[in-house]
Design a protein around this ligand. Structure first.
Ligand SMILES: [Zn+2]
Length: 444
């Protein structure tokens, strides 16, 4: 058989596959499990329920009943002294990297394979911290597409992933990985490396992401802190570029998240119809009004801003990054507070990877410090995050028919939000990954 014919056969076979490959595995037995929760957070109502029995059949919730109930032949998991919550969702992570003191040097010598292997550890830590679903908003060369599929196939332990693939940027923009390199090494990355200029290339780069398996689009219409460019917040995409990018993504059913610090970049993005603004540091009153009007979600990544400010003071970054971190970082608490009071809808997004993976709980603490009610921060990390993903029909609450993602913390997070750092029970799609604070081995 010729090569072309072989490829055609493969292509024909692939066309018959369901696109829902991300959810096709984990295939727990269809046996019935009942989890007895002394208390359960109702993420839809934003209230705490008393003792509740959660019935799980296969990978889905079957029913939820008040009190202590069971059924013939059911496996009972009796959780005492805890509060149960829906599996947590972090809508802003970077699972294939983690900043450390060697990061900028490693960019030159770390092999891509090493980076991918590390991502499996970061994914496992994230799941064991209670985050059963994440949105990966920026990777290197689609490695989190592979990570997503290997987790879904049961070959790697980690959260359910929705990924944007590599973040999209303009020449010299925040996601241009050649920033700061010698002129010989910079070259012109172009659309194949997720760098575009002009509306036509914006359409092309979005279509390439769709073709390469991304679930959504992450664009960088403003400068940022962690790259080696000098401008940390100015606009880096024109209105016509953003309009073309967002309209094309939406044509393909892909949502758009934008990294934007400066007020003008936020304004252009919201007008173009993006689904979420990440960071939003210098959001002004007009931006807040526009976001409310356009139902644009805000992922504040609050702890990352605090963390990079602390790290910059310790001399952890190169000079260009330090200068930006000290300007951008300290603004965030005030912005979060103003945006919440202004009526903007929030989803939980941490930027884990800028700080160590598995510590995604930090944002709960700082969001409460910024004045948000604890119950709202829990809704941000459950039902709101699921809505932003466009998957609140199957994720984000303990509701019959949704994926059986359930976690527990020792204590009541409405009284003491810091218990979110002590997740001691984790179930994803009906499979228990952590119990009594210990990891349960699930790989054979
Ligand atoms: Zn990020």
């Amino acid at each position: 058989m010729s090569l072309i014919r072989s490829l055609r056969r493969v292509a024909a076979a692939l066309l018959c596959l369901s696109p829902a490959i991300a959810f096709s595995q984990t295939a727990p037995s269809a046996s019935l499990t009942v989890v007895h929760c002394p208390a359960l957070f109702d993420s839809v109502a934003g209230t705490m329920l008393g003792p509740t029995s959660v019935f799980i059949q296969g990978d889905k919730f079957q029913k939820v009943e008040p009190g202590v109930a069971s059924a013939d032949g059911a496996t009972v998991i009796d959780l005492s002294g805890v509060t149960c919550l829906p599996g947590l969702i972090d809508d802003h992570v970077h699972l294939d990297g983690q900043f450390g003191k060697n990061t900028y040097m490693e960019a030159a010598h770390l092999n891509f394979a090493n980076q991918v292997l590390r991502s499996t550890l970061y994914a496992r830590r994230t799941l064991l911290a209670g985050f059963t679903t994440v949105r990966n908003v920026g990777d290197t060369d689609y490695d989190t597409v592979a990570l997503r599929d290997e987790i879904a196939a049961g070959n790697v332990v980690g959260p359910r992933i929705f990924t944007a693939g590599p973040a999209i940027s303009t020449t010299g923009g925040h996601a241009d990985r050649t920033n700061g390199l010698s002129l010989e090494l910079q070259g012109d990355p172009g659309p194949l490396q997720s760098i575009f200029n002009g509306p036509d290339e914006a359409r092309k780069v979005v279509r390439l992401h769709y073709k390469n398996g991304a679930d959504l689009i992450k664009a960088m219409p403003s400068g940022g802190v962690m790259d080696l460019g000098t401008n940390g917040s100015g606009p880096q995409m024109s209105q016509d570029e953003l309009d073309a990018l967002v309209a094309t993504a939406h044509d393909y059913g892909m949502k758009v998240a934008v990294h934007a610090h400066g007020a003008e970049a936020i304004r252009r993005s919201v007008i173009a119809g993006v689904d979420s603004v990440e960071h939003g540091t210098f959001m002004d009153d007009e931006d807040i009004k526009l976001m409310v009007q356009h139902h644009t979600f805000y992922c504040p990544t609050v702890y990352t801003a605090v963390y990079v400010t602390e790290q910059a003071k310790l001399g952890a970054y190169p000079p260009a990054v330090t200068a930006k971190a000290l300007t951008v970082g300290p603004q965030i608490m005030n912005t979060v507070s103003r945006a919440y009071k202004g009526g903007v809808k929030f989803a939980y997004g941490t930027d884990a990877g800028v700080y160590p993976h598995g510590q995604n709980w930090h944002d709960f603490i700082y969001l409460v410090k910024a004045g948000l009610p604890p119950a709202y921060t829990l809704q941000m990390a459950t039902i709101n995050a699921a809505q932003l993903l466009g998957h609140d029909d199957e994720l984000g609450s303990v509701t019959a028919g949704k994926y059986a993602d359930l976690v527990a913390v020792p204590g009541n997070p409405l009284d003491d939000i810091s218990v979110m750092s002590k997740v001691n029970f984790v179930m994803k799609a009906g499979v228990v990954y952590k119990r009594d604070g210990q990891e349960v081995l699930t790989l054979e």
